[in-house]
Write a protein that binds this ligand. Structure first.
Ligand code: GDP
Length: 311
C-alpha cells in the first residue's frame, strides 16, 4: 500500500478497527477514511453503494461486524446473522463494483467445526458441525469468506480473509452480559478487589481452552498480510498457545493482585471445548506475535483500573 493510498477502515470505533487505524497512523499512512455507524449504516445497501461511489477507496479493511461473547451470540442470534451478512455482502460487492485494489475481511476462529482436530488448520473449514452457541455468527463469517473467495474466482478481485483467534485490548466491550471472557474477568476481578468481595464468579466449568491475542498484534498481522498475501485461502492469526479459562482467571487475579477465590457457575455454557489456531501458515509467511498474554493483560489492566464501572 502506498503511503497516500485511500484506505477505508470499516468499523473504526471497534476494538479491531481502532487498532488498525492506530497502526496505519504509526506507519505514516495519511489518507485513512472512516465513518461511524450513524454516518454510514453498513447494513444499508444504498448507503454503502453511494459511499463507495463517492469515496472510491483503494484499500478496505472490513473490520465492521456485530460481535460479542458467548451470551450475546446465543441470545441475539437473528441479529448476529442478519447484520453480519448485510455488512459483508454490501461492502464486498461495493468493493468489487468500485474496483478496490485489495480488501481484507476479518472472520473468527468460531468458523471451524466444534469438534475439529486441534490445532485448527485453515483446511478444516466446512468439514463438520459448528458450535451451536455461535452458529449464526459463524455462518455469517463463513459467507464472508466465501464472498471473498468467489469474487476472486469469478471477477479476479484481490480480496483476502483472515481468521483471528480470541482478541483483547483497548476499546474492548466490558458489558458483562455481552462481552468476551477476558474483559469480563478483568472487570469482575477488579471490582471484587476494590470492593473486598471474597468470591468471583466464572461462567461454565473453567475447563474450556482458549487462545488470546492482543489486538495490536492482530493489526500488525493484518497490515503484514495486506502487504504480503494475495491468495484465495484464509489465514489464521493467533499465538499458537492456549490455556484453560480457570488459568486465565488465575493469571488475571495475579496481575490485579486479587486474593479472593473463584466460583464456577455451571448454569452458564462452556461453548466450544477448544479452539486453538494452527498458525503455521502465518509464521511461515514471516509474522509472529510480540505481546505475551501476561504482558498484554498488564497493559489492559492498567486501563481497567482507570475505568468507572456501575457494579
Ligand atoms: P467463546 O470463546 O465464543 O466461547 O466466547 P467467550 O469469550 O464469551 O467465552 C469463552 C469461555 O469463557 C466460555 O467457556 C465461557 O463460559 C467462559 N467464561 C467464564 N466466565 C465468563 C464471563 O464472565 N463472561 C464470558 N463471556 N465468558 C466467560
Amino acid at each position: 500500500m502506498e503511503k497516500n493510498a485511500k484506505i477505508y477502515v470499516a468499523g473504526h470505533r471497534g476494538m479491531v478497527g481502532s487498532a488498525l487505524v492506530r497502526r496505519l497512523n504509526q506507519l505514516g499512512y495519511r489518507n485513512i477514511i472512516t465513518r461511524s455507524s450513524s454516518e454510514l449504516d453498513l447494513r444499508n445497501q444504498q448507503q454503502v453503494f453511494a459511499f463507495f461511489e463517492a469515496e472510491k477507496p483503494d484499500y478496505v479493511f472490513l473490520s465492521a461486524a456485530k460481535v460479542g461473547g458467548i451470551n450475546a451470540n446465543n441470545i441475539y442470534r437473528a441479529d448476529f446473522l442478519y447484520d453480519n451478512l448485510m455488512i459483508e455482502s454490501n461492502t464486498i460487492h461495493a468493493a468489487y463494483v468500485n474496483k478496490v485494489k485489495k480488501l481484507l475481511f476479518l472472520g473468527s476462529s468460531c468458523i471451524y467445526p466444534r469438534m475439529a482436530p486441534q490445532p485448527l488448520k485453515e483446511s478444516y473449514l466446512l468439514t463438520g458441525t459448528l458450535e451451536y452457541t455461535n452458529e449464526p455468527y459463524a455462518i455469517a463469517k463463513i459467507a464472508g469468506i466465501k464472498l471473498c473467495e468467489n469474487y476472486r474466482l469469478q471477477y479476479g478481485c484481490n480480496f483476502i480473509s483472515v481468521m483471528p483467534t480470541n482478541l483483547y485490548g483497548p476499546n474492548d466491550n466490558y458489558d458483562l452480559a455481552k462481552s468476551h471472557v477476558l474483559p469480563a474477568l478483568l472487570r469482575k476481578i477488579h471490582t471484587a478487589k476494590i470492593k473486598n468481595i471474597p468470591i468471583v464468579e466464572v461462567w461454565g466449568s473453567g475447563t474450556p481452552l482458549r487462545e488470546f491475542l492482543h489486538v495490536d498484534d492482530l493489526s500488525d498481522a493484518c497490515l503484514f498480510l495486506m502487504e504480503h498475501y494475495n491468495e484465495r485461502e484464509l489465514v489464521n492469526i493467533g499465538t499458537g498457545t492456549d490455556l484453560p479459562i480457570k488459568d486465565l482467571a488465575l493469571l488475571i487475579m495475579q496481575v490485579a493482585k486479587y486474593k479472593g477465590e473463584i466460583k464456577f457457575d455451571s448454569t452458564k455454557p462452556d461453548g466450544t471445548p477448544r479452539k486453538l489456531m494452527d498458525v503455521t501458515k502465518l509464521m511461515t509467511l514471516g509474522w509472529k506475535p510480540k505481546i505475551s498474554l501476561e504482558e498484554g493483560i498488564r497493559m489492559v489492566y492498567s486501563e481497567v483500573e482507570q475505568m468507572k464501572f456501575s457494579d
